[in-house]
Design a protein around this ligand. Structure first.
Ligand code: MN
Length: 720
């Protein structure tokens, strides 16, 4: 939004407002201009400009959005209460209640800004929300204020202050602008902040764009022209334009999708603007018949608008000049909404200053909550803020605000508070209720972490945490634990090997072998045996050279199995990963786990590992022994050995019904390995049937087929 450098004069501003709102209060506009100029007086900005140039610029930005006279007046007055002797009462006396309320809202946001450091307290956050939701115009004035401050950011001398303002713009104001659909504002705010926060990153994008421009000559104008003519040939009168994406959004795209931009589609968005909705689809049809379509790129935000009100048809084409391009098709009104969001509605619904409940449902919901909540705590408990797209804001019981990436769980929260809290967390109370640790946190949640000294990080957590800090801590711990398991296994193997030759395994004996095996301590040595790097016998021979390093039976393996080939953890028929090589595996008879089901292993001394389904009730027995749980998973594509699933079937007691049962199972390639009638009445049998299947999907298919049979009354997995 390029603006004149020279300060806009009084009559120019009034004329601008009158050009789109003939009913604007000319007198009030004039009075506000003069009043603000007088009170800001000789104040100067860091640029050396008179301070008053700032509120005028902010007002000017808002005239570009064609906002009502009250918003423009608010813009002129917005810094008076904070920066001059003027009080809110003065403003109310001179300009009325409504203007005073709007100015108050903007002032509150400004104060919040001054206080905001890394953590904001709940009360402040609430003020922000309250202030902006009272009247969306407060937020619009604040965004224009921030935009102008960002446009003049380079005048600020202190690098720390520049960074803080840029950071805040990136984290708070750009997302807010996006949330209310003001994409132009969002892009400009982000780009200006990006330039401050990452000048090198921005420079590299700019250089790349310049290079492509130089190489591609006049490619975009050529493409625009061809698109327009092609559409005209099909009778669609369209305005076609191409806009460079912002350097920050290109940067983001390159970071997240790991692409190097060479394609026009990655840097340009082509817009086709037509008269009405019918023509949108007509234009789409025309383009799709002229150019090859890039699959997977079509999106219809016309019939399903985005929550912020955005509407468009998106498609990807191999367009003119054989370039892969992205095209957005919409009407003029939709185009304005796409660029200016909520502000665009003023243009189309003059005088209607109420928030449109249908399109800004989130704001409506917020207002409802505020109206019905009696105190801040209750407010927080019920708030479902959806303002920030990629972050959630949660509160500690003391009211500290903790920002986390979207999708964060209670475990992420715990690690964000302190590593120790993370390591020992056993549960979480969210808004006063106990919640599972893996539960996704929502904006406004108050989170209390419950800890226990006995707790240690669980490998399972790694699957659902989203913050790097949590991931790193958990992974470190899991590695340590794995090593401990290897070490213990190795010790068992050594003990057995020593005993077979009539020796006791002592620390002293092992100490003597450390050097030979280049181990730092006995625990490491045991781990290397557990991992299969050295055999127990090698260690035995090293300690007692008298023992013949020969054909002793390979019965040193603790679980009575022969040792599998080194480095492989596959045993025939046991396609499980996550196990220590060679560990014996049993499938629990309580739950009959099948490939494809989520499983967990329980270490049983002398027996190896028993695999249960994750929801098996037997697991409750091991709750107090977390050290016995190990994380296991099915090895993909190795399900050649059949597994047994147990079904509880109720079947009609009539001739041929058992025959039907076995036919259905056979047809579905299952094999009945065992069958037991549990109950028998005049009308039905109740029986337990063991079926050999490949995996859980296979069993599910069989269950479905059985359920479809008329003689079968019910079928379910038998548990316990
Ligand atoms: Mn200001």
């Amino acid at each position: 939004m390029p603006r004149d450098r020279a300060m806009m004069r009084q009559f120019e501003l009034v004329e601008r407002v009158k050009s789109y709102d003939s009913g604007a209060d000319e007198d009030a506009l004039n009075r506000a201009y003069v009043y603000a100029m007088k009170l800001h007086g000789s104040q100067k900005r860091e640029s050396g400009d008179p301070y008053f140039s700032h509120p005028i610029e902010v007002a000017g930005i808002l005239t570009d959005l064609k906002l009502d006279d009250k918003s423009i007046i608010t813009a002129l007055l917005h810094d008076l209460v904070e920066d001059t002797e003027t009080s809110l009462e003065d403003i109310e006396k001179l300009f009325g209640k409504e203007i005073a309320r709007l100015v108050d809202g903007v002032t509150k946001l400004t104060r919040l800004e001054l206080q905001s450091e890394h953590t904001q307290h709940a009360e402040n956050f609430r003020k922000l929300v309250l202030a902006m939701s009272e009247d969306i115009r407060v937020l619009l004035v604040k965004l224009a204020d921030r935009l102008h401050n960002m446009q003049t950011l380079h005048y600020i001398k202190s690098p720390e202050r520049r960074r803080r303002i840029a950071r805040e713009t990136m984290d708070i104001y750009a997302p807010l602008a996006e949330r209310i659909g003001m994409h132009r504002f969002k892009d400009e705010l982000q780009d200006l902040a990006f330039a401050e926060l990452n000048p090198d990153g921005r420079a590299s994008i700019q250089a790349r764009l310049e290079f492509l421009k130089g190489r591609g000559d006049e490619l975009p104008p050529l493409i625009i022209d061809q698109l327009r003519r092609g559409l005209a040939n099909d009778g669609v009168d369209a305005w076609v334009s191409g806009r460079m994406k912002s350097s920050h959004s290109i940067w983001n795209k390159m970071q997240h999708k790991n692409i190097a931009f060479e394609q026009l589609a990655d840097i340009m968005a082509f817009r086709v603007v037509v008269g009405d909705i019918g023509e949108c689809y007509q234009a789409l049809g025309s383009l799709h018949s002229q150019y090859p379509v890039v699959p997977g790129r079509f999106k219809d935000y016309l019939s399903t608008p985005k929550p912020n009100g955005y509407q468009s048809l998106h498609t990807g084409l191999i367009g003119p000049e054989r370039q892969r391009i992205e095209v957005q098709i919409r009407t003029r009104e939709m185009h304005d909404v796409a660029e200016f969001g909520v502000a665009a509605h003023w243009k189309y619904k003059h005088g209607d200053m109420k928030v449109d409940g249908r399109q800004y449902r989130w704001l409506r919901e917020l207002l409802d909550i505020l109206e019905h909540a009696s105190n801040p705590e209750e407010f927080l408990e019920h708030t479902k803020l959806e303002m920030f797209q990629d972050q959630v804001f949660c509160f500690s019981p003391k009211g500290d605000l903790i920002a986390l990436p979207r999708g964060a769980t209670a475990v992420d929260f715990a690690y964000a508070v302190h590593s120790e809290v993370g390591d020992t967390c056993v549960g979480a109370k969210v808004n006063g209720r106990i919640m599972p640790l893996r539960g996704e946190l929502q904006n406004g949640d108050q989170v209390e972490i419950l800890t226990s000294k006995a707790q240690t990080p669980s490998p399972d957590w790694e699957k659902f945490v989203v913050t790097g800090k949590a991931k790193a801590r958990i992974r470190r711990f899991v590695h340590m634990k794995e090593r401990d398991q290897y070490s213990e296994l190795g010790r068992n193997m050594l003990q057995k090997a020593f005993r077979e030759e009539g020796y006791d395994l002592t620390e002293k004996a092992l100490d003597g072998a450390l050097k030979k095996f280049r181990a730092d301590n006995t625990s490491d040595l045991c781990a290397s045996v557990g991992q299969g790097i050295h055999t127990a016998r090698e260690v035995l021979v090293a300690v007692f050279p008298g023992v013949k390093d020969a054909e002793k039976p390979r019965r040193m393996w603790p679980f009575g199995r022969t040792r599998p080939a080194a480095g492989k953890n596959k045993q025939p028929g046991v396609p499980i990963k996550g196990l220590i090589p060679g560990m014996a595996v049993h499938f629990a008879h309580c739950c009959h786990p099948l490939p494809g089901e989520r499983i967990v292993g329980i270490v049983t001394t002398g027996k190896g590992v028993t695999v249960h389904t994750i929801d098996c009730e037997t697991l409750a027995t091991f709750q107090d022994a977390p050290e016995r749980w190990i994380d296991v998973a099915w090895e993909v594509g190795d399900g050649t050995e059949p597994h047994t699933g147990r079904l509880k079937i109720v079947i009609a007691n009539e001739p041929g019904s058992l025959g039907d049962l076995s036919t259905i199972i056979g047809k579905n390639e299952g094999n009945i390995s065992n069958l037991k009638i549990a109950n028998r009445s005049i009308d039905f049998f109740e029986m337990l049937v063991d079926v050999e299947v490949q995996d859980v999907k296979h069993l599910t298919n069989i269950i479905a087929a059985l359920r479809a049979a008329p003689v079968i009354i019910s079928v379910e997995r038998a548990r316990g």
